[in-house]
Design a protein around this ligand. Structure first.
Ligand SMILES: [Zn+2]
Ligand SMILES: [Zn+2]
Length: 346
């Protein structure tokens, strides 16, 4: 049996290891992809650092980490008709059952029987990966190959930005990690008229300006609510895109939202938090929505069009390209926040 190198969680403790493991065999409805590039997500960092969430969620150790994929199909299962050897693919990482109530009603991204690459099953920090055929997304040849790996988190940004009106609106993006930065770019090309971002890391503050934020505030120096009110003629922003999961940032963003505004949350707080529902939601007449994954597959179509049209440039957001065996360096950069998106090449 030929083997491959993979970055795996091998013990229920912080860290990861490079292991030699059999190259997986695709089932009849799967494809086998040679991994051309992968990228590090916040989720991977949580699993690497073994935080409380990861301890409760990761059941199958040893497990290959990673879920963001640019792959080339090298083998197809016998039932697979729409994909062929040589196709360059990205992958939707939420694997849906296809027959539950949610799958039947256009909500496969929150399938009750769903599982996620690199979280519930083996992931893609490896030389090869098996992808269920319905999850493979063929890359438009006009799109730069390794952007395929970033389409999954970019899809999170597209889903969040487009989850309500955006054109002509003022927007606050809280947190300028990779998806926050992508949200700024997407909001800009979708016609947001003023984009205010908040971030504490100097490197990311610089990036936020580069990708199109009009104003970047630093919560360690600026009074966020009063500065946002100043920037919006005393009204507050029409839209909040919450990307930080930081409780203080989340509460401040409620204060910065105009009455009747939209508050879309992709960031995940570490633990339960308290908010004043009467003040921040009811009397404010706010629409608050959680965002999870990407609509399958309308978000993917839009994401691909943004890229293939050349309207959206990911290059400024991809700050590091490392070898897969340099994953520790990548995790360190992520922890410090001194990076945008980090790509890894097996
Ligand atoms: Zn991801
Ligand atoms: Zn389902």
């Amino acid at each position: 049996m030929p083997t491959m190198k993979a970055v795996a969680k091998t013990k229920p403790e912080p860290g990861a290891e490079i292991i030699d493991i059999d190259i997986p065999t695709p089932g009849p409805d799967d494809v086998l992809a040679k991994v051309l590039a992968t990228s590090i997500c916040g989720t991977d960092l949580h699993i690497y650092e073994w935080n409380e969430w990861a301890q409760g969620r990761i059941k199958n150790i040893p497990q290959i980490m990673g879920h963001e994929l640019c792959g080339e199909i090298v083998e197809t299962g016998k039932n697979v008709k729409n994909l062929k050897k040589g196709d360059i693919i990205s992958a939707e990482t939420h694997i849906a059952c296809g027959h539950c109530y949610l799958c039947h009603t256009g909500n496969a991204h929150i399938c009750v029987n769903g599982s996620i690459f690199g979280v519930d099953i083996n992931g893609v920090f490896a030389e090869y990966a098996v992808v269920p055929a319905p999850n493979a997304w063929i890359l438009d040849s006009r799109i730069q190959k390794d952007f395929a790996s970033v389409m999954e988190p970019l899809g999170n940004a597209v889903h969040t930005v487009l989850a309500g009106e955006i054109t002509g609106n003022t927007v606050l993006v809280t947190g300028c990690g990779p998806i926050g930065l992508m949200s700024i770019s997407v909001a800009r090309i979708c016609g947001a008229t003023k984009i205010i971002a908040t971030e504490i890391n100097d490197f990311r503050i610089g990036l936020a300006g580069k990708v199109g934020a009009d104003v970047v505030l630093n919560p360690t120096k600026d009074k966020i609510v009063s500065r946002v009110l100043e920037e919006t003629a005393g009204l507050g922003v029409d839209v909040v895109l919450e990307m930080s999961g930081n409780p203080t940032a989340m509460i401040d963003a409620f204060g910065a939202l105009r009455p009747g505004g939209r508050y879309s949350i992709l960031g995940i707080p570490d633990k339960p938090m308290e908010i004043d529902i009467g003040k921040h939601i009811v009397f404010k007449y706010a629409t608050v929505q959680g965002i999870n994954g990407r609509l399958m597959f309308s978000t993917w179509h839009k994401t691909a069009r943004f890229l293939s049209s050349g309207r959206l440039d990911l290059e400024p957001i991809i700050t590091h390209r490392l070898r897969l065996d340099e994953y520790e360096k990548g995790m360190d950069l992520m922890r410090q926040g001194n990076c945008g998106k980090i790509l890894l090449y097996p």
